[in-house]
Design a protein around this ligand. Sequence first.
Ligand SMILES: NC(=O)c1ccc[n+]([C@@H]2O[C@H](COP(=O)([O-])OP(=O)(O)OC[C@H]3O[C@@H](n4cnc5c(N)ncnc54)[C@H](O)[C@@H]3O)[C@@H](O)[C@H]2O)c1
Length: 255
Amino acid sequence: MDYRNALNYEGKVVVITGAGGSIGSAMVKGFAECGATIVAIGLYSEEVEKVVSDLGDLKRDSMPLVLDVTDVDAVNKQVDYIFEKYGRIDILMNHAGMNIRKPVIEFTETEWDKINSVNLKGIFFMAQAVGKKMIQQGFGSIVNTASVSAARGHCNLAPYAATKGGIVQLTKVMAHEWAPYGIRVNAIGPGYVRTNQTANLLNDPVKYNELLSKIPMGRFGEVEEMVGPALFLCSDLASYITGHALYIEGGRMID
Ligand SMILES: NC(=O)c1ccc[n+]([C@@H]2O[C@H](COP(=O)([O-])OP(=O)(O)OC[C@H]3O[C@@H](n4cnc5c(N)ncnc54)[C@H](O)[C@@H]3O)[C@@H](O)[C@H]2O)c1
């Protein structure tokens, strides 16, 4: 094991969904700084174009790609295109997600379907499309983004928690089925991080203090702190780790 160079991603093609978002754009920067070529996938062209152009000298052969991960035909077509263009896909950071917060009794069917569509269907079919290519090439690493909500019953998050719990479970099954092909599949579970998704919540001083009081480390996470664990899980440092969920939460889940 070459420990010193284990985070050198030169020559590797890393596909990142949700790349225009808060944590996703930090992922793009982190993998690019380690030498990777990035396919930055998002819903909005301005967002993904900016995230790639912001790479400057780190851009290499990276490209932005507009793709709605809930559109399975489009997912399959675009993954074919990426594989044809680069000849390989080393890593999938399966990271796109969304949330709506409200009590159980207030959720509508449309809201339930929307959250499930992005967080579960999108994650599943994106991994399936990339997994087929990884089986073909005989290597690869996938990291699905879950949440501490996968393992806790925090109020106002029922559909989100269900999808994130589902992600942890489908991660295990994919890891099991694809281990013989040299593919590792893991999940990360961020705790509370200041992002677009949590801005409204953390701007409310009562909620802010309530949530903060439950984090042993006494602070919210920074987007950059989500990147190191992802780099680790995708690297040879984690070559014997598959099917796990790594929670990144300042100790939020200790009790
Ligand atoms: N912020 C947190 O505290 C926190 C905690 C736990 C988990 N997470 C997870 O981290 C991930 C990133 O969240 P974030 O906080 O950076 O939020 P964010 O809203 O900044 O990023 C989410 C990204 O996903 C994209 N996206 C949404 N629907 C899509 C679709 N159908 N197709 C393609 N892209 C789509 C959005 O455009 C956005 O760029 C999500 O999966 C989220 O659930 C965040």
